[in-house]
Design a protein around this ligand. Structure first.
Ligand code: 13P
Ligand code: SF4
Length: 358
């Protein structure tokens, strides 16, 4: 039963004691979150993974790219387990290393590969945290960097100080929303479609004239939110504050009152006055938890029907109980390991991010 599973997790966790560190992303279900030692957004959890070198085992309740990042940043002795290996991220899967290498080569032919007279690179690659370790390593090798939704602005400033253009992957929306807020015009942000010849542009000079080349990826959860939903929320709750994640499309971000990472959304709701209403454009597990936490405020999701992240949801308590009981017996199941060469290069790009935004 559900209660038996909860009891098995509690018991295994207490027997493992300080040897175990459980990390939980905000989008995890409540029955998982209640066991996490740290709960946070992807940036916070990447840092938390470095904070307990005394823990032999890190169990990451989140998705695959987050567990890979924890493996890269933790000590070589620590093991990282993803309780269900099918907890991936459809957005991260929208860019693979072969596609990125091919794009890089073609852009090099269009834009040149030698630094300009000011010493800046022709293109700086920036990958969203929501990407495989191979893409982070690509950025590490090519003068690039990683960003998350909580530091994309600061990271892009770093990138533009070093390059004439940025190639941003895999999320077009985070890239477009952040670059636009920095004053870059939309005409200077062409899309790169990895499934079309030459990125899909009829005239390749659009890439040479670009400031920001956006990979054509998206989050299937956040792309569901619409301007109509915001209009409906404003009608139903006059004075409502609308906040959305920057993985939402640009027209949705424009129609909202604020945009930011999951950590920003948590803070905004905590700071909203008692009696006020907040409509949120992000994953439903987080929104429902915040609604329960602040019964004095009306907190609701813009799309109340279907917007859980189905892969985050794959971390069911049965997998967590199974993983912990195995670890207790010295059997490290579902271990996530990044090979040494990839980890070394990916760490360079991650550390650049941590220096820009500690
Ligand atoms: P953050 O945790 O960086 O806000 O990202 C949201 C998300 O989509 C995680 O997969
Ligand atoms: Fe990936 Fe979107 Fe789910 Fe985040 S919410 S893990 S970006 S599919």
């Amino acid at each position: 039963s559900d209660e038996e599973l909860q009891e098995r997790i509690r018991a295994a966790k207490s027997r493992l004691g300080k040897k175990l560190l459980i990390l939980g992303h905000f989008y995890q279900r409540d029955e998982i979150i209640c066991h996490a030692d740290f709960v946070g957004d992807s940036f916070q959890l990447a840092k938390n993974a470095t904070e307990r070198p005394d823990a032999d085992h890190i169990v990451f309740c989140g998705v695959h790219f987050m567990a890979e990042t924890a493996d890269i940043l933790s000590t070589p002795e620590q093991t990282v387990t993803l309780p269900n290996l099918s907890a991936g991220c459809s957005m991260a899967d929208m860019a693979n290393i072969d596609q990125v290498e091919e794009c890089w080569q073609q852009l090099g032919e269009i834009c040149g590969t030698q630094p300009g007279s000011d010493g800046r690179q022709q293109i700086v690659p920036v990958t969203y945290m929501n990407s495989s370790a191979a893409l982070k390593a690509f950025c590490g090798r090519n003068g690039g960097i990683v960003c998350t939704s909580s530091n994309a602005h600061a990271v892009l400033e770093w990138a533009f100080a070093r390059g004439k253009r940025v190639l941003f992957f895999p999320d077009q929306h985070l890239g477009r929303n952040t670059a636009r807020a920095m004053g870059i015009p939309l005409e200077e942000m062409p899309l790169w479609d990895p499934f079309k010849p030459a990125g899909g542009a009829e005239d390749p000079s659009v890439y040479a004239n670009a400031k920001m080349i956006l990979w054509k990826g998206f989050c299937s959860v956040h792309q569901r939110f619409t301007v109509e939903q915001i209009e409906r929320a404003r009608k139903a709750y006059p004075g409502v504050k609308v906040i959305v994640h920057p993985e939402c499309a640009m027209d949705v971000v424009d129609a909202a009152d604020g945009t930011g990472s999951t950590a920003y959304i948590v803070k905004e709701i905590a700071n909203a006055p008692s009696g006020s209403a907040v409509a949120v454009g992000t994953e439903i597990n987080l929104v429902n938890r915040l609604a329960a936490q602040y019964p004095d405020k009306t907190v609701f999701c813009l799309d109340p029907v279907v917007c859980p992240c189905s892969t985050m949801y794959r971390i069911h308590p049965a997998y967590l109980a199974w993983a912990l009981e195995n670890i207790e017996q010295g059997n490290i199941v579902n271990r996530i390991t990044v090979d040494d060469a990839t980890a070394r290069d990916a760490k360079i790009a991650l550390q650049r991010m941590l220096e820009v935004h500690p």
